[in-house]
Design a protein around this ligand. Sequence first.
Ligand code: 9MR
Length: 574
Amino acid sequence: MKNQNWLKLTTLNLSLMLTACATDKSDEIKEEMKISDSVILYNQLGYLPEANKQVLIQSDTRVSYRVNNSDGQSVLSGRSAEPETWPFSEQKYSLIDLTELSVNGNYQLTLPEHAQSIEIRVNNQLYRDALKQTVKSFYFNRAGAQLEPEHAGVYARKAGHPDDKVLIHSSAVSEQRPEGVVVSASKGWYDAGDYNKYAVNGSVALYTMLLAYQDFKATHTLDLNIPESNNHLPDMLDEIIWQLDWLVNMQDPNDGGVYHKLTTKNFSGKQMPVDANETRYMVEKSVSGTLDFAATMAFAAQVLSEQTPEQAKHYQQAAVSAWRWAEQNPEAVYVQPGDIKTGAYATSQQNLVDEWFWAATELALLTNNNQYWQTLADYSKAQMAVPSWSYVAPFAWLRLAEQYLNPDWQSKAKQAVLTVADKLTETQLNSAIGVPMGSYDNDFVWGSNGVAANQVLVLNKAYRLSKQPRYKQAAYAGLDYLFGKNPTGYSYVTGIGVKTPMHIHHRISEADAISEPVPGLLAGGPHSGQQDKCDGYPSDLPALSYLDHWCSYSTNEIAINWNAPLVYALASVQ
Ligand code: 9MR
């Protein structure tokens, strides 16, 4: 038991104080009952001074509250709103609005009738620290790197997975590269809690990081204390290049096709990277991996054209040859070979429209070549939504909305982005817990917290396009959800908050013999699937079906495609 029981413990301490004063047993019991029927759910990172500040009380009745500043002076008091039920947890919540607290500081929120008290922080610096921590988590997940104590502190570790001797798998043979030929694709980030590297998800995460780098100057000045910190490039870019250096080698230079993944045959045990040394394979070229690669390389060529012009040219060539391969092999859908058991990241033939649309868009923006503009028009039935690894069209819409090469597409895309943002904002405004989650039918999926983070990304883009404050406030509310204003009461980012995941499904965190998990990692989040069949889920309801246990790979794993939009979301509020 670690800090996840903080709320309970606080309640218990207060309850003990109360019971000490109680005159008889029945008073004690009454107090216990009152105390246990309320839970305070709030953003444990803190609230931005300019943000609306909601706190939820899980309660069937309204409650009184009082807020003191750090000098103990009362600054606010009142009663919470009429409770409402949130369908995703089937519980009632009563809202407290602390928006008036617009001055940086630590405040004490007390519910006198419930003998409960918590600290509310209002502070913008906290968001900068959180941004740094979440970007640094990519460094902690580097493949092929030895982490030195000066950069990694207690999380220093030996290198594993050099990936300089990767075998061509039987599913990936070509004339130039028969089965068993040795190729190299070093560096990159581990995908998640496992040690494999997947072209689809690796591209999506990298693209999202590039987007954060492109959109927010705040990411350029982060001092991450990584081995490259003293070179002439921003640390964020160094971290991005670690992944680019790997991804570019997932392409077969002979034909432009991209291997779907670099993987062991099975998931490894709970070992540190250095000890997990099973043979690694390049598995099957796929059209989805190749198109996602093409989109990401084309975008990298644009973002890095000034800082690393030589590499940018190389990325452009890689993107164009990947596109050609996809055109020549449109049927090459990924099918998991029988002897490979790791993540599939597979997309069916009829669901590839979004991949084509995304890659065509990035190549059009890079080259302004008519051929790509024509193709993207052909695939534009892939509508705007919230992006994910399995639905990448939104990346294209978001980019089309912010470009000036093609004004028709610009206005069409702007409208598409604002329509989705309106839906998210409307949900947030009408929600019993004041969050955008629940806007679409499939929000509570494997990686629901990645959905929540990507919602913030979309809302922020809408704000950039329109300067409408409601989008910004909905984005803040999305962050509130991730940092604790949600039915489980978890701040889902390791190391940030008072009740955070301690047992994430992350091999390094599990095997390193350090009790605290690697910091800055976003847990996948609740959903009803429970595919891991673990015991102990507190509920089957979508927003409560979460388990902070290593066993729960379907709700408590971490992944780069969930952390990357969190980076974007935190950068967007700087
Ligand atoms: O994020 C992926 C999710 O959408 C899928 O439903 C799930 C099962 O296929 O896989 C998730 O991705 C995992 C990947 O396959 C392997 N590395 C860990 C990823 C996060 O759990």
